[in-house]
Ligand binder design. Sequence first.
Ligand code: GAL
Length: 318
Amino acid sequence: MIVPGAVWNDTSGKPIQAHGGGIVRYRDAWYWFGEDRSRDLQPGTLAARGYRSTDLVHWQDMGRALSMTEPEEWKSQYGNKWQLERPKVFVPKHPKAGAKFVMYVHLDAAYKAAEVGVAVSDKIEGPYRLVSHFRPLGQESRDIGQFVDDDGTNYLVFESRPTKGFFIAKLSDDAQTVAAQTAFILAPLEGGTVVHADGLYYAIGSHMTGWKPNPDVYATAKSIAGPWTEFKDIAPPEANTYGAQSSALVKVTSADKKHTAVIFVGDLWKPQSLWDSRYLWMPVTLENGAMHLPAPQPWTIDVRTASVTLGQGTAPAQ
Ligand code: GAL
C-alpha cells in the first residue's frame, strides 16, 4: 500500500531520502533517485540517493549515488552557499557495453549560477562522478525534470527564469550533453515534468512559491515539440495540490501493453526539517485529454496489469 504523506521506509526500515526525485525504468526494475537530506551528511556535503524496486511500493536503498562538496571555483565568489537539487538519472538511449549512466542535478550557488551538473557512473546505482556543469542551451536553469519517451529518447526539462518559461531539451544518445531545444513553453513553472500516455503528451509543473505548495497545472500536446495548450489545474485549486509540489510522472504499462497507469510523484516539503519531508504519490486519471489528481488516500498498484486500487474502491486502468 502507498500512503501519501506517511513516513515511507525503505526495505531496511529507514525513511526514504529521495526528495525532488525522478523514477527511471531499467531492465526489470524502477530506480528512484532524489535529494538525500539526511542529517548525518558531513557538513559541506550534499548528496543524491538511489532506491530500487520491482513493485513501486518496496524500495531497496542503494546508498548515496552522488556525494559532493562545493565546486572549488564557486567558493570565492559565493561562499559556502551552494545547492544540489532534483537529481535525475538517465539511461543512454542505446545502452552498449561500457555505456555510462548519467545523472543530471540542479547545481547552483546562492541560486545565482543556475546550472546543471552532469555526473556519470558505470553502474546505475552509482557512485556518480561529476564531469561537467553548465547552463543548458546557454540558458539559466534551476528546477529540472526528466522525460523518457517510449522510444528511449531522453529529455531534460528545465525552468529558466529570464525567459519566463521552461524548456524541454533533447539529450544526446549517450545522455551526457543537452543536444537541442525541443520545446519552449512560455509558463514560469517549476517542478516541471512530462509524460506520454493515451496518445498525448502531458506537461505539469508548479508555480513559483519556493517550498510552499500552490496549485499545480498541466498542459497537453500531440507532439513533444508542441504546440502546447494553455495550462489547467490538476486538482481543485484551493487544495494547493494537497500540499505537494510536482517532481515526476511515472507511466506504468501492463505486461500485455494494453493498459497504463500514470502516477503523480510529488514532494510534501518541510523547509525547516527537509529530512522529514514526505511524498505524495497518487495515480492520476486521464480522460479526454484532461489530467486529474484525486485527493490523497491509500492505494495499491499491480504493476503487471497496471491497475490501481484507491482506498476501498477500484479505479479502472486507463
Ligand atoms: C522550490 C524548488 C525547490 C527548491 C526550493 C528552494 O521552488 O522547486 O527545488 O529549489 O524552491 O526554495
